[in-house]
Design a protein around this ligand. Structure first.
Ligand SMILES: C[S@@+](CC[C@H](N)C(=O)[O-])C[C@H]1O[C@@H](n2cnc3c(N)ncnc32)[C@H](O)[C@@H]1O
Length: 391
């Protein structure tokens, strides 16, 4: 950690990944204040072959003095070594950084600048372009009936500092806010359209206590050890590397606090009558998600993920959303929205044949049939896990 009068930043070099990271706020008064950083950069270069990655994803502030020092270091490094490339990795979460560092590409073409989160996980376009909004609305309506009773068993109670990471359109945050009256609530997501929606909903309900934040769950700008209770619902299953998110959830949770996650195992969705076609379709859903590097089967694996991430007192339970929970039409609406996105968009993008898509759609329609049938039963199972960050 390097400190100067009015700024604070960390610099690190990871030799395995050839990655030089700068985190925090870098606002020196004089260029010489960055001599330590310059020394580490030059030392690091000695062990680098090929490409050096300069990670500024969590560099939140940078004054002109610091930018000039970093720019000089990089430009002179590539200028003096023909074999060397530098790739600067920025994030859209820090608004100015891609634009600022992009100017270095014009100075030397061996410097590349990449905004890593514009295409950083395979299912991103499905999740961030607003198509999931109707799905998330109806899903939360159904799951909340169960979770409002489950949450206290995992440590939720009034007066806590709570964060909902990957909050989507924020319905859960609003419901939890109203039910459990947290002392503070932060809700973070990487979809601008979902956050805009969330802010509008909170405004309509006259709720002012939720801070909606644009961010990347795998590299949050939130500080360590801040929250008593961190939730992350239906989201580890959309990442190709869920352990990275879990590491961040662990980091922002206070020692002694708890992290609460929910995930699915879609192949266990069920219905009667027409059980077989329903089963076939949901096995195919799992394969389709896997094609896009998402694991909609993650639910029962949560315990392992939590233990591997360092949590203790891991509690696990599952519940089944069914057509009998309330109005069966609500259940049918969820299934219809799955069909629209999974068959109407994802299968098409995978290049599936019209015959496959027709058969794929049939299972969703049969699930709806089971849900609305006077003697039918339809279910969607969900796994809850929570763990305590050791004190
Ligand atoms: C399946 S949705 C679940 C949303 C919400 N938790 C719910 O249960 O309704 C997954 C959410 O993760 C968000 N997300 C995906 N990648 C993210 C990232 N790197 N950082 C923050 N949010 C992300 C998506 O924008 C989406 O809102």
């Amino acid at each position: 950690m390097a400190h100067t009068a009015d700024d604070m930043f960390q610099i690190r070099f990871d030799e395995n990944n050839q990655e030089f990271s700068i985190i925090g706020s870098m606002r020196p008064q004089r260029a010489e204040d960055l001599d330590g950083c310059a020394r580490l950069f030059e030392q690091s270069l000695r062990s680098v072959t090929g490409t050096l990655y300069v990670n500024v994803k969590r560099l939140v502030r940078l004054n002109n003095i610091a930018f000039r020092v970093l720019a000089d270091l990089m430009v002179s490094a590539v200028g003096s070594r023909a074999d060397l490339r530098i790739s600067v990795i920025t994030s859209s979460v820090v608004g100015w950084s891609t634009r600022k560092f992009a100017s270095l590409r014009d100075v030397n073409q061996n410097i590349a600048v990449e905004e890593y989160d514009s295409e950083f996980y395979p299912g991103q376009s499905f999740l961030e372009e607003g198509e999931f909004i109707p799905i998330l609305r109806t899903q939360t309506k159904l799951t909340w009936r169960h979770e409002r009773g489950i949450l206290p068993r995992h440590g939720m109670k009034p007066g806590l500092l709570v964060a909902d990471i990957c909050c989507g359109i924020g319905d859960f945050a609003v419901l939890a806010f109203k039910e459990f009256a947290p002392a503070r609530m932060v809700a973070l997501d990487h979809s601008r359209s979902s956050l805009a929606y969330a802010r509008r909903v909170a405004g309509d309900f006259g709720i002012q206590g939720i801070e909606y934040v644009y961010g990347d769950a795998s590299e949050m700008l939130l500080e360590d050890n801040q929250f008593d209770f961190v939730t992350c619902r239906h989201s580890l299953q959309v990442f190709d590397r869920p352990e990275l998110i879990l590491k961040e959830l662990f980091r922002i949770c206070k020692p002694g606090g708890r992290v609460y996650i929910t995930n699915e195992k879609n192949s266990h969705c069920l219905g009667e009558p027409r059980a077989d076609t329903i089963q076939w379709t949901y096995n195919e859903v799992a394969a389709l998600w896997a094609h896009f590097k998402m694991d909609i089967e993650l639910g029962p694996k949560s315990r392992r993920y939590m233990l591997d991430a360092g949590f203790d007192d891991v509690r696990m339970e599952s519940f089944m959303v069914t057509n009998l929970d309330g109005d069966p039409q609500d259940f049918a609406d969820v299934i219809q929205s799955w069909e629209d996105v999974y068959a109407g968009r994802m299968a098409v993008e995978r290049g599936d044949s019209p015959e496959f898509i027709e058969r794929f759609r049939r299972g969703f329609q049969d699930h709806i049939f089971a849900a609305l049938h006077p003697k039918g039963y339809a279910g969607w199972p969900i796994w809850v896990a929570s763990g305590r960050k050791p004190a």
